[in-house]
Design a binder for this molecule. Structure first.
Ligand SMILES: Nc1ncnc2c1ncn2[C@@H]1O[C@H](COP(=O)(O)OP(=O)(O)OP(=O)(O)O)[C@@H](O)[C@H]1O
Ligand SMILES: CC(C)(CO)[C@@H](O)C(=O)NCCC(=O)O
Length: 307
């Protein structure tokens, strides 16, 4: 085990030994189900990385519930357990949504009576029309491109167990917030919130978005690798846009492919890499756990906060 001031650092081999038989493992059938949801997910990662991780999350959940109960006794009024919120942060295209979806599936299989829901902070981006108006269209993903008040208000509503909450939807295909479409969150026991900005510092001084997170994960990798994954995903977006004139990527899909990739590389460099260096990487140490990935999305190291 290697350590820094703040984190214990574990190799994959060390981390995989931390899985204890305390929580029921997934059945072979459930593992196959996970496999079919994303055939690129390695089942070895599920066993070696995510089983110990869900075990650790369970420890945090038990502590959280116990503290809530004790506070209730202290106040002589027990308002009930409020939802446990997990944040998943990291660069654009590092694999946050894949990690978050896998976690959702695993947590709802392992804790069968808990209602586990998932949202992405993409839905809280301002619509393109507003970004245009503010003159920040080329800053999509940067702190000022999100309606943070709305996002924080949403998290407050979740914590106060509002019955149904409708939130906006962002589509990568149209490259914008989808008009007249919402997704409904209803009284989750566990809410996973995935986004580049979940560990960021406040835009208003009253309240930190990170105050709402009871456990947080930062998905990490070298920027050169993330760029590769970004470009691979761009290729996939082009392929699926080919027959869809309404798709944002349609004109690139039917045009010169080399030119399209040149443009994507430029966007990576000018927008996403810049955002990673200036605003996302500095939040890495705020996470409880850092999952470090190498080639082929393989997780080779895991960091866990000491205190
Ligand atoms: N564990 C994995 N194994 C294989 N491929 C993966 C894995 N995780 C992510 N990918 C691939 O990497 C690319 C980026 O992943 P994903 O869309 O989950 O990233 P993201 O961090 O959510 O990005 P964004 O912030 O832009 O929404 C996708 O093409 C995805 O299929
Ligand atoms: C929607 C975000 C900000 C985050 O998921 C990202 O995928 C994005 O679109 N960034 C803007 C630059 C680009 O087109 O890649």
């Amino acid at each position: 085990m290697n350590s820094s001031k703040k984190f214990h650092q574990f190799s994959r081999e060390e981390w995989q030994r931390f899985y204890r038989n305390g929580i029921p493992p997934l059945t072979e059938e459930e593992l196959q189900e996970i496999k079919s949801f994303n055939d690129r997910i390695s089942l070895q990662d599920v066993q070696d990385i995510y089983m110990p991780l869900t075990h650790l999350i369970h420890i945090y959940m038990k502590e959280y519930e116990s503290l809530q109960l004790s506070k209730g006794l202290f106040m002589q009024a027990y308002p009930g357990v409020t939802p446990f919120i997990i944040g998943v942060a990291g660069s654009v295209a590092v694999g946050k949504s894949t990690t978050a979806r896998l976690l959702q599936m695993m947590l709802s299989r392992i804790f069968k009576r808990r209602n586990v829901q998932l949202v992405t902070t993409d839905g809280f981006l301002y619509p393109n029309a507003v970004l245009e108006e503010k003159g920040i269209m080329s800053r999509k993903g940067f702190p000022e491109s999100y309606d943070m008040e709305h996002l924080i208000g949403f998290l407050e509503q979740v914590k106060s167990r509002k019955e149904t909450i409708d939130i906006p939807v962002y589509s990568h295909d149209v490259y914008d917030i989808v008009e007249d479409e919402t997704v409904t969150i209803n009284e989750p026991d566990i809410l996973i919130v995935e986004g580049i900005n979940v560990l960021q510092l406040p835009t208003n001084e009253q309240i930190y978005i990170s105050d709402f997170f009871d456990f947080s994960i930062y998905v990490d990798a070298e920027p050169e690798l993330i760029e590769k994954w970004y470009l691979t995903r761009f290729g996939a977006l082009l392929d699926s846009a080919f027959l869809e004139p309404d798709n944002f990527y349609y004109s690139y899909a039917i045009g010169d492919r080399e030119e399209a990739f040149k443009m994507a590389k430029q966007v990576w460099k000018d927008v996403n890499l810049k955002n990673l260096e200036e605003y996302i990487l500095p939040t890495r140490n705020n996470a409880n756990v850092i999952l470090h990935k190498t080639e082929h999305h393989q997780i080779d190291q895991v960091f866990m906060t000491k205190y």
